[in-house]
Design a protein around this ligand. Sequence first.
Ligand code: NAP
Length: 246
Amino acid sequence: MARVLILGGTAEARALAAALVGLPGVHPVTSLAGRVAAPVLPPGEVRIGGFGGVDGLAGWLAGQQIAAVVDATHPFAATISRSAAAAAARIPIPILALRRPGWSQRPGDEWHRVASLAAAADALTGLGQRVLLTTGRTELAPFAGLDGHWFLIRSIDQPQPPLPARHRVLLARGPFSVPAETELMTKHRIQVLVTKDSGGPLTEAKLTAARALGVPVVLVDRPALPEIETVQTVAAACQWVAAQPG
Ligand code: NAP
């Protein structure tokens, strides 16, 4: 059996694990960072926790006799993606990135693209005071000093301080529907939405709702990721795994 490491934490990684479990001659092992208290587990073998950088991951890959790696982490998880590219090159074993495309602007959208969460915080001035913040539970420090704004912070687990003085936390896990997002933004009189350009259908409804409500969006661009062979669909990743030498 060829042991294939899936670096996970996304719906695509779970779907890939489900597909590879049924592929003859392939034994998928999914790795999760352990950030979410009660993660949705994929089928097949799962391990949880960091590897200890490039050296730790390279040692783990060799020790576990991993034949190939699919990096299906979130497009903002740049550190693990860089570690994976470097560790796979060192051994060497083949590596593929499975990455959903970013979202595309449509007519009626008012998007303000920024390079970082700090730039997103800066961009809020003048756009609106009541903010729906959906950028995850970590790295919220850039918003902490914005006393003139009120934030609805939505995350799966409790957000990490420092947090802005005026806020409310909403613990929720997608997928979210357009009617629910519209109701949420209306109920809280949201004037601006801040999100990462995560892409994918599961969390896209907020953008549709914002468009219909005329709510501007501050969209954080993806970080630079390693330039390795990349596919956008689970089916293409599955084909790549099947084509690897046994
Ligand atoms: P990151 O900044 O790239 O990674 C930080 C460290 O966490 C890595 O150096 C690695 O530790 C460990 N790590 C990350 N992903 C791992 C994995 N799949 N398996 C084992 N260790 C992992 O990543 P992050 O932004 O903290 O994201 C962590 C996880 O959450 C990822 O699996 C990602 O797919 C998921 N996620 C992230 C976001 C986001 O917006 N960043 C959103 C949704 C889901 P060592 O150096 O010790 O190996």
